[in-house]
Design a protein around this ligand. Structure first.
Ligand SMILES: CC(=O)N[C@H](C=O)[C@@H](O)[C@H](O)[C@H](O)COP(=O)(O)O
Length: 225
């Protein structure tokens, strides 16, 4: 698939994030691959998965573009924090590498610009995970192929809210020619449709589809309230 046809294939479509946090019962390569198969059977256009081993197993099992990330740690820059992490995902077969594109320092002192160059030279695309309008604009200027609102609500200074940051989606979509991806706390089909209406090219849904532990907790909490 060419860069353009991949972007086209994702336009107006759902991307399912199939991840499980450390210690979760679903954090198992075969289980995660089954989630990606279920997402494909349900009509997803692509999947977003964590760690090279899961990327490689998904690429082997599922005929969908794979967006790979590599979470390392859970503070500061932890989504594909270095060029080394990014290239391992390309080696594993990721068509797109998702990486933190905030302005925060990266653990190896590298820059997001260096990551973009390295991933492009290795033949894959970059999804910039951002928390603000300025980060999204800068990521697009640096050549990111997609800008995703993934980190809004998870970086100091970004709005803390229970629902998706559709204002950021709209602001970015109005300003950029780079496709904007709505991601983070999209919990219902209606919210996914609202994200497209706000200007998103594609919508990523994770927890609401692929996280039974977190969803069970929501119901348990609901019973106590
Ligand atoms: C902030 C962060 O680390 N986000 C991660 C990025 O890959 C995942 O934990 C999220 O599940 C993903 O962004 C999808 O979002 P939601 O699960 O809310 O639909």
């Amino acid at each position: 698939m060419t860069d353009r046809s991949l972007a086209d294939a994702l336009t107006g479509r759902l991307i399912v994030s199939c991840q499980a946090p450390p210690g979760d019962a679903m954090r198992d390569v075969d289980t995660l691959v089954r989630m990606t198969r279920a997402a494909r059977d349900g009509g997803a256009a692509a999947v977003r998965v964590n760690e090279p081993a899961v990327v490689a197993a998904t690429v082997a099992a599922v005929d969908l573009p794979v967006i790979g990330l590599w979470k390392d740690g859970d503070t500061g820059v932890y989504i594909t924090p270095t060029v080394r992490h990014a290239l391992a995902l390309v080696d594993a077969g990721a068509a797109v590498v998702a990486a933190d594109a905030t302005a925060r320092p990266r653990p190896d002192g590298s820059t997001f610009a260096e990551l973009v160059t390295a991933v492009h030279e290795a033949g894959a695309l970059v999804m910039a995970d951002v928390s603000s309008y300025d980060e999204g604009r800068e990521a697009a200027r640096l050549g990111a192929d997609f800008v995703s609102t993934t980190l809004s609500g998870y970086v100091p200074g970004s709005p803390q809210q229970s629902g998706p940051d559709l204002a950021l989606v709209a602001e970015l979509a109005a300003a950029l020619t780079t496709p904007v991806v709505a991601e983070g706390r999209i919990a219902t089909p209606a919210q996914a449709a609202e994200a497209l209406a706000a200007g998103a090219a594609s919508v990523v849904v994770g927890t609401a589809i692929t996280a039974p532990t977190a969803l069970t907790r929501l119901f348990v909490t609901g019973l106590r309230e």
